[in-house]
Design a protein around this ligand. Structure first.
Ligand code: FAD
Ligand code: FO1
Length: 491
């Protein structure tokens, strides 16, 4: 772990690489490679980078690498991310005057080159448990020059992943007490961000954001952007605690009773897009939730269970189980039961294309699929039903898992997240769940059906609600296309 001089708890920081000449005071700048935590406020990685830079009296900059369609991302996700970064860049300029450099290509090339060009002494990076990200960081460690140290800061989890647990956990019941024990130490207020003591020598920060966004959105047009979900840190704070419609101010009280009712999506926080892109910190959400605990004690407890325990359990799974998106990542009992039933007769078998178009014999499933395709965020309760039905209607668990992850990552605004991989693995492979009464196709994996949904909520009401919403989305899309056509005729 790194030295304790930082205002960031040492347990949050992992030293991935120590520079050879580490006894001398470093002379080169500090670079924060921003990845998963795309925000200025409440960001332990930025706090650490800034603190180190000021301690050594060297400049600090943020670098961001834009991959080409990262893990198949389309306009929906990339547009949201870049619009948030555009605001972040302008915030950084007007408040802290820290430069923001955006590179395009492979991070294993762009980041080392930047470090070399600016003669950096320290690279700070935030933490993600995803395979690709970890491989890139390992490559970086080998590639950068021996005078550069690399620190990884867990700015995403309230309790740093490696502090919460050093092993793969069985489920919420095994990680909960470990997280709760560490919370008093880690769920603390964020310090004020200091100004950089030394300015970056000179930089022409001329990112043409509008052209970049326009081009990325055009290339990923197959899955268009969402108009209902405004991007950026300010928008995220508004969703959390805006006076009119903020979750903690206006909606929290209904969370325990209505969160499993797909007809009441507003009962959920709506924070997942912001948490996924790091535009808000889970720690900020938890700190603000604590402030209203006296008013709504049960609701706050239920929310914190999802926000901290379930979310951090997902990171635990992806970090300690390298096969987090494969049947091979399931426990032995689940693999066995799924394979025992892999050749059971299915009532229906659908292709990926049929599923993608929502063309099954189940109107409830079709509605959830269309909610995801057009609205970009399927209700949390429906996500479980949706994934389990894919297991029922495909040729086997491997295919089911691959299709569920493909669709989830393609259409959900919060896709490509440890929560998504674990959600699919929970539904199809029984991760973090127990064995249930054995039945065809599912074996001992928990089963869900239409009749169960009918008992829980107004299924026909949900189908009608999605139908109306899809109609409105299609109308808006047609208007946009018409406008674009008119514009191109004028130019
Ligand atoms: P809220 O209920 O308000 O929850 C607040 C936050 O708590 C969420 O933003 C999330 O960070 C966390 N949380 C809530 N439920 C869970 C859960 N079951 N597991 C882990 N963390 C949770 N979540 C994603 O963020 N991205 C995904 O791609 C994703 N895919 C899923 C796929 C399937 C098949 C399943 C079953 C679940 C998936 N989830 C995913 C988890 C969950 O459904 C969503 O986090 C939630 O619906 C997001 O809406 P919200 O922020 O309004 O939820
Ligand atoms: N992070 C980046 O640093 N560069 C990207 O180009 C990038 C694209 C991207 C697209 C969709 C998406 O859902 C996330 C994206 N992220 C990107 C963010 C980040 O990498 C993720 O949130 C982590 O993968 C989650 O661990």
């Amino acid at each position: 772990m790194a030295s304790s001089v930082s205002p960031v708890q040492p347990g949050r920081i992992r030293v991935m690489k120590q520079a050879l000449n580490c006894t001398a005071k470093p002379k080169g700048p500090v670079v924060y490679w921003m990845f998963r935590d795309q925000r200025v406020r409440d960001n332990w990685a930025l706090i650490h980078a800034l603190h180190q830079a000021n301690q050594w009296e060297v400049p600090v900059a943020i670098a961001f690498n834009l991959f080409h369609q990262f893990k198949g991302a389309k306009a929906r996700q990339l547009g949201f991310m870049l619009r948030g970064l555009k605001k972040l860049n302008s915030d950084l300029r007007s408040t802290l005057q820290i430069p923001f450099f955006l590179f395009q290509g492979e991070a294993v090339d762009t980041i080392p080159k930047f470090l070399e060009d600016c003669g950096a002494s320290l690279l700070v990076t935030d933490f993600s448990p995803l395979r690709e990200v970890r491989q890139w960081k390992e490559e970086l460690c080998k590639k950068v020059n021996e005078s550069v140290s690399i620190h990884e800061v867990d700015a995403h989890n309230v309790v740093p992943l490696w502090v919460a647990s050093d092993k793969l956990e069985y489920g919420a019941r095994t990680i909960r007490s470990k997280i709760n024990k560490a919370l008093p130490q880690y769920l603390v207020d964020f310090p004020e961000l200091n100004f950089p003591k030394r300015k970056w020598p000179s930089f022409s920060n001329s990112i043409d954001w509008d052209t970049l966004i326009e081009s990325v959105v055009r290339q990923g047009a197959e899955v268009p952007e969402l108009e209902w979900c405004e991007s950026g840190e300010q928008a995220a704070l508004e969703v959390l605690m805006g006076a009119k419609n903020g979750f903690l101010k206006a909606r929290l009280k209904n969370y325990p009773t209505d969160r499993n009712n797909p007809l009441k999506p507003k009962a959920l926080s709506g924070l997942s897009p912001y948490l996924h892109f790091g535009q808000i910190s889970a720690q900020r959400c938890a700190l603000e939730a604590h402030k209203v605990q006296k008013l709504h004690p049960q609701a706050v407890d239920v929310f914190l269970e999802e926000l901290i325990v379930r979310r951090e359990l997902a990171d635990n799974f992806c970090f300690y189980q390298p096969q987090y998106d494969s049947l091979l990542g399931a426990w032995e009992w689940a693999r066995k039961t799924l394979m025992d039933h892999a050749s059971d007769k299915r009532e229906h078998i659908y292709s990926r294309e049929q599923l993608e178009k929502g063309q099954t014999a189940d109107p409830l499933w079709n509605a959830s699929q269309l909610e995801m395709v057009h609205h970009g965020k399927m209700h949390g309760f429906m996500r479980m039903y949706w994934a389990k039905k894919i297991l029922e209607w495909t040729t086997g668990p491997e295919e089911a898992l691959a299709i569920a992850i493909y669709l989830n990552d393609k259409y959900q605004i919060d896709g490509r997240d440890p929560n998504g991989y674990v959600g699919c693995m929970w539904s199809i492979c029984g991760i973090h769940d127990q064995g249930w009464k054995e039945r065809p196709v599912f074996g001992k994996i928990r089963y869900m059906n239409y009749a169960g949904c009918k008992r829980k909520f107004d299924v026909d009401g949900y189908i009608a609600y999605v139908k109306k919403m899809v109609g409105e989305c299609k109308k808006r899309k047609a208007e946009v296309l018409l406008n674009d056509k008119a514009k191109s005729l004028h130019t």
